[in-house]
Design a protein around this ligand. Structure first.
Ligand code: ADP
Ligand code: TRP
Length: 336
């Protein structure tokens, strides 16, 4: 389950962002949201919807606004307690742009040229805009502006956290060697969270169009589950649960005893992939049943959601400004 890093011995300052660049899927849930919510409800922290980052790939205003609101609904429906953790839009903290610029001025272009995520995104057809290139520096500012010490993220974010640490170290060394302004944040990566496979068995990702939305239900969900790719072993033959895509998803939703029971049925033969898919559908409906109800209720109260985001942004802005006062002073951006 959740493994705790040494850092958790003292109370961490949690910071984590999620891009509103599409409908969140169950890969995002098991890879990111679930632990963000568990940690946020325990330790508080800053959970932002990174709409500036999403601008690197979304250029439709309605879509960006809708996805941003939907991420807030998803977080709240899935259980983030806004009385404990701050949930807000990245763009509601104006100091962020200021810190990003300062950091950009100390970042060697050669560091960004090594960005794996940048290269991947270009390879996947995104246009190489300067926002995409400098994306990790905006992310570093996201973390450091709140004095973040712990960043729950998926495996794919390791390099971005390294870049953030580099930036903190460089800033402290250049401008505040006696009294470092930024703590050194650590990534919090769940080692045992497997990559959630998509319908076609590649990694589930919105860029592959192979996702199951966290809040898909009814005939939409059924159609997707029934379309999960399997091999062609005949119904009566024994099957290997370890290599099957449907079972990989069952594992995410079923209690250990239930997993064992289904694995045994696979191995015994006479249990088809159709049976397994029906089982998976039932498990998913149970797992997300309560959250779906909550989301429906919240969708009727958009002003409540907006209030949560506004309050979160107010707290975040206060924390950001406290750091920026020191940063401006340290770099020489004070009134002359
Ligand atoms: P996508 O690949 O759909 O564009 P993002 O890159 O926006 O998703 O990922 C947001 C978060 O969700 C990241 O922390 C990432 O590690 C996690 N995540 C995305 N897809 C998966 C997956 N298939 N399995 C596990 N975690 C995932
Ligand atoms: N790059 C992250 C992702 O794609 C999102 C992100 C932006 C983030 N700023 C952050 C994650 C700060 C952690 C901390 O998943």
């Amino acid at each position: 389950m959740v493994y705790f890093t040494k850092n958790l011995m003292k109370t961490p300052v949690l910071t984590s962002g999620i891009q509103p660049s599409g409908v969140l899927h169950i890969g995002n849930y098991f890879g990111a949201l679930r632990q963000n919510i568990a940690l946020g409800n325990q330790y508080g922290g800053y959970f932002f919807i990174v709409n500036y980052h999403a601008l690197t790939s979304v250029n439709n205003r309605e879509e960006l606004a809708q996805y941003s609101f939907d991420v807030a609904l998803d977080y709240l429906a899935l259980g983030l307690d806004p009385a404990k953790a701050n949930l807000f839009l990245q763009s509601d903290v104006p100091q962020l742009g200021e810190l990003t610029w300062i950091f950009l001025c100390l970042t060697p272009v050669s560091l960004l040229e090594k960005g794996v995520a940048y290269k991947d995104k270009i390879a996947n057809g995104l246009s190489p805009n300067a926002g995409l290139f400098t994306y990790p520096i905006l992310q570093a500012a996201d973390i450091l502006i709140y004095g973040g010490t712990l960043v729950p993220v998926g495996q794919d974010q390791k390099q971005n956290i390294e870049i953030c640490r580099d930036t903190a170290e460089r800033f402290n060394r250049m401008f505040a060697p006696e009294n470092p302004i930024f703590p050194m944040p650590e990534a919090y990566i769940l080692e045992d969270v497997a990559v959630v496979p998509g319908l076609d068995s590649r990694k589930m990702s919105k860029s592959y169009g192979n996702t199951i939305g966290i809040f898909d239900e009814g005939s939409v969900l059924k159609k997707k589950v029934m379309s999960i790719v399997t091999d062609s072993t005949p119904l009566e033959d024994p099957k290997n649960p370890e290599t099957d895509n449907v079972f990989a998803m069952i594992r995410l939703f079923a209690a250990p005893e239930k997993q064992e029971e289904i694995a045994a049925a696979y191995r015994a033969g006479g249990y088809g992939y159709g049976h397994a898919k029906k089982e998976l559908l039932g498990l998913m409906n149970d797992y997300f049943g309560e959250a779906r109800e909550k989301r429906r209720a919240l969708a009727q109260k958009p002003d409540f959601v907006r209030d949560v985001l506004r309050d979160g942004a107010q707290n975040a802005t206060k924390a950001a400004e406290a750091h920026m006062v020191k940063v401006r002073e340290a770099v020489g951006l004070m009134r002359v």
